[in-house]
Design a protein around this ligand. Structure first.
Ligand code: NAD
Length: 507
C-alpha cells in the first residue's frame, strides 16, 4: 500500500458517509486519486480518524435496531429501485471508473454490470431468506428455522473491481437485514461513492450504509471493533490472511477472497481460433488486473506449436487509455504497479524463461505519462521462477508445457492458489476428468473467466480463500444471517398430558 500523499493543487475531496450524511473528514492524512492514463489528480481521499470510524459503526449499530424489523418486501423494493438507478446511470458510472482505475469503458460497464446482477439478486431476498419447517417432528411439535441478521457488518474492497466488489457486499448484507460499514479501496473510491449515493437515492435509510476511507489503520480498526459482527474482505492473500486471523480471533465471522494464479489447460483438440482469442482476452484484458485473469497456460502435446499464433494475436491488441475507442489494454492502476510488473518481467528473463513478447514501456501516443505495460508472453515457465510464484497482476502470460492432461492437472494442483481455472478441449471426457480432479474453486470449460452469476456463489479454494461461505449466491445469505432453530409445541385443552418427561426425547 502506498503511503498517503497530498496533491499540490487541491482536487475535490472524497467524503465519508456517516449517519446518512456525506461529511468531510477531519483527518490530516490524504491520498491522491490519480488517473492512471494521464496522472491527473482527480480527487483526494481521506484516511479516516479513529473517531470517524467509531462514529460510522455507532451509526450502523443504531440503525440496526429498526432496520432488522423492516419487512422483507420493503427491503427487496429498495433493491428493485436501486437496480433501475444503476442502469440509468451506467454510462456515468463507467466513465468515473475508467478515469480512476484505467480499464476500458466497455470493461468498466462490465464491472458495473456484474455488480448490478448481485443487486438484482438482492431484490429477490424474499425467496432467498426463507427458513425451513418440519411439521410434527414429535406429537404436536414443529421445528422451524429463522434466518436472522447479525447486526453491523463490514466490507473491505480491492482496487481492481471498484463497482462489482462493493456491490457483492453491501446489497446482500443490507437485504438480509444487517447494517453496513464499507471501506473501499483508497486507490479508486470514486465510482464506489457514486454507487453509494444511488443506494441512498433508492431508499437505503439513514445509518444502514456507512462509508469510511483509509488503509491499514482503518482495516485493523474494523477487525478489532467489538460492534462489528462479520467482515467480507476481497484483496491480496497477504492482507486477507491478516484480516482473517485478526478478525477471527476477535470472534467475528469472516470471509476472505484473495489472490490467484489462474491456469488454463489447452488440449490439442481444442478449437484453435476460439481458444487463442479466449486466452488473449483473459490474459491481457483489464491489463491483467483481474483476480480471475488467466496468467498461466499449460499447453498439452501438439498445442505447444500454437505459441507463435498466440503471440501474433497478443500483438494485435491496442494499448491506450481506456477512454479511447478500440482500446484493448489500458494502463495498470499506478506507477508503483507498473514498476512492479516491469520488475517481475526483468526477473522472468533473469530466471531463464523465454521472453516471446516484451510489453515493457510501450509508446502510447497522447498518453506518454500513462502507466502502460503491453501484452507480454513468456514460454518455458517453471515453478520456482518469480513470474510463476508471484501473482503478477499485469498483462503477463506465462506458458508452460505438459505431455498429457494428467500431467497438466497435477501441475495446476501443485500451485498453492485455487481461484479460477479453465480447460479448452472438444472432448467431453477430458472436460469431465478436469472438472472432477482439479482443486480450484471456479472451473471453466471452454470459458476463460468462469465468474459465476449470482444464482451461484463465488468460490475459491486453498490459498485463494479463507472462510467457508462465498460472497453472493445462496451462500452469502448464510454468511450474513444467524440460523435460529425453534422447536415449538402448543397445548390446547384436548392435549393428553404424558406426565413428567425426564428424558431428552420429544414425545
Ligand atoms: P490489497 O490487499 O492491497 O487491498 C485490499 C484492501 O486491503 C484495500 O481496501 C486496502 O486499503 C487494504 N489494505 C492494503 N494494505 C493493507 C494492510 N497492510 N493492512 C490492512 N489493510 C490493507 O489488494 P488490491 O491490490 O487492492 O487488489 C488486488 C488483489 O485482490 C489481488 O491479489 C487480487 O487477486 C485480489 N482479488 C481477489 C478477488 C477474489 O475474488 N478472489 C477479487 C478481486 C481481487
Amino acid at each position: 500500500m502506498n503511503a498517503p500523499t497530498s496533491s499540490a493543487v487541491l482536487a475535490p475531496t472524497v467524503k465519508l458517509l456517516i449517519g446518512g450524511q456525506f461529511v468531510e473528514s477531519k483527518t490530516t492524512e490524504w491520498r491522491d486519486v490519480v488517473n492512471p492514463a494521464t496522472q491527473e489528480v482527480l480527487a483526494r481521499v481521506p484516511f479516516a480518524t479513529a473517531d470517524e470510524i467509531n462514529a460510522a459503526v455507532a451509526s450502523a449499530k443504531e440503525a440496526f435496531k429498526t432496520w432488522k424489523k423492516t419487512p422483507i418486501g420493503a427491503r427487496a423494493r429498495i433493491f428493485l429501485k436501486y437496480q433501475q438507478l444503476i442502469r440509468e446511470n451506467m454510462a456515468e458510472l463507467a466513465a468515473i471508473l475508467t478515469a480512476e482505475q484505467g480499464k476500458t469503458l466497455p470493461d468498466a460497464e462490465g464491472d458495473v454490470f456484474r455488480g448490478l446482477e448481485v443487486v438484482e439478486h438482492a431484490a429477490s431476498i424474499g425467496n432467498l431468506q426463507l427458513g425451513e419447517l418440519a411439521n410434527n417432528v414429535a406429537g404436536g411439535v414443529d421445528t422451524y428455522t429463522l434466518m436472522q441478521p447479525l447486526g453491523v457488518c463490514a466490507g473491505i474492497t480491492p482496487f481492481n473491481f471498484p463497482a462489482m466488489i462493493p456491490l457483492w457486499m453491501f446489497p446482500m448484507a443490507i437485504a438480509t437485514g444487517n447494517t453496513f460499514v464499507l471501506k473501499p479501496s483508497e486507490q479508486d473510491p470514486m465510482v464506489t461513492m457514486r454507487l453509494v449515493e444511488l443506494a441512498l437515492e433508492a431508499g437505503v435509510p439513514t445509518g444502514v450504509l456507512n462509508v469510511i476511507h483509509g488503509g491499514e489503520m482503518a482495516v485493523n480498526a474494523i477487525c478489532d471493533h467489538q460492534d462489528i459482527k462479520a467482515i467480507s474482505f476481497v484483496g491480496s492473500t497477504k492482507v486477507g490472511t491478516h484480516v482473517y486471523n485478526r478478525a477471527s480471533l476477535n470472534g467475528k465471522r469472516v470471509q476472505c477472497m484473495m489472490g490467484a494464479k489462474n491456469h488454463a489447460i489447452v488440449m490439442p483438440d481444442a478449437n484453435k481460433e476460439q481458444t487463442l482469442n479466449a486466452l488473449a482476452g483473459a490474459a491481457f484484458g483489464a491489463a491483467g488486473q483481474r483476480c480471475m485473469a488467466l496468467s498461466v497456460v499449460v499447453l498439452v502435446g501438439e498445442a505447444q506449436k500454437w505459441i507463435p499464433e498466440l503471440v501474433a494475436k497478443a500483438k494485435t491488441l491496442k494499448i491506450s487509455a481506456g477512454t479511447e475507442k478500440g482500446t484493448d489494454v489500458g494502463p495498470v492502476v499506478s506507477c508503483a504497479a507498473k514498476e512492479r510488473v516491469q520488475g517481475l518481467i526483468e526477473r522472468g528473463v533473469a530466471d531463464g524463461a523465454k521472453l516471446e513478447l516484451d510489453g515493457r514501456n510501450p509508446q502510447v501516443a497522447g498518453y506518454e505519462k500513462g502507466n502502460f505495460v503491453g501484452p507480454t508472453v513468456f514460454s518455458g515457465v517453471k515453478p520456482g521462477m518469480s513470474i510463476y510464484e508471484q501473482e503478477v497482476f499485469g498483462p503477463v502470460l506465462c506458458l508452460s508445457a505438459a505431455a498429457d492432461i494428467d500431467e497438466a492437472i497435477e501441475f495446476i494442483n501443485n500451485n498453492p492458489n485455487g481461484n479460477g481455472t479453465a480447460i479448452f478441449t472438444q472432448s467431453g471426457a477430458a472436460a469431465r476428468k478436469f472438472q472432477e480432479e482439479i482443486d480450484v474453486g471456479q472451473v471453466g470449460i471452454n470459458v476463460p473467466i468462469p465468474v459465476p452469476v449470482p444464482l451461484f456463489s463465488f468460490s475459491g479454494s486453498r490459498a485463494s480463500k479463507l472462510g467457508d461461505l462465498g460472497p453472493y449466491g445462496k451462500q452469502v445469505v448464510l454468511f450474513y444471517t444467524q440460523t435460529k432453530t425453534v422447536t415449538a409445541r402448543w397445548f390446547d385443552d384436548s392435549t393428553i398430558s404424558h406426565g413428567v418427561n425426564t428424558t431428552i426425547s420429544l414425545k
